[in-house]
Design a protein around this ligand. Structure first.
Ligand code: AMP
Ligand code: ZN
Length: 120
């Protein structure tokens, strides 16, 4: 059902062709640890469908993106972020070259944990 791009590294992770440290999975999305973390907690949430970036999001993706945003706080706590307001987390989605996007499959970075962080 989900469109996949055979040359896309995150599609390969979704399909299990490249290993990942999984945080969460359901029919429509996958969350896994970033291989090069900027923060003590750093995982990525991706739709299983190959959507290149936020710039390609369509109305039909509204529910999925809403579910990702609603799930992020729970996964952040599960992965070790301390509760709001002393703890918390950062959500980032880089989009396009000038947005700093390196992997062309929509992903939400969720970062948190004690300061200082490696970046950001
Ligand atoms: P961006 O610059 O927003 O496109 O971020 C891409 C992120 O994907 C970077 O933080 C990378 O460390 C991460 N990344 C790249 N390859 C992998 C991989 N095989 N497993 C987990 N994370 C990855
Ligand atoms: Zn992809």
């Amino acid at each position: 059902m989900s469109a996949s791009d055979p040359s896309c590294i995150f599609c390969k992770i979704v399909e299990g062709k490249i290993p990942s440290r999984k945080v969460y999975e359901d029919d429509e999305m996958l969350a896994f640890h970033d291989i090069n973390p900027w923060a003590p907690v750093h995982f990525l949430m991706v739709p299983k469908e190959h959507i290149a970036s936020m710039a390609q999001v369509e109305d039909r993706h509204q529910a999925l993106l809403g579910r990702m945003m609603a799930l992020a706080p729970r996964l952040a706590l599960q992965e070790g972020c301390r509760p709001y307001p002393q703890g918390g987390f950062r959500i980032v989605t880089n989009t396009g070259a000038e947005g700093g996007q390196e992997v062309q499959h929509l992903h939400v970075h969720v970062m948190g944990g004690p300061r200082p962080w490696a970046k950001g």
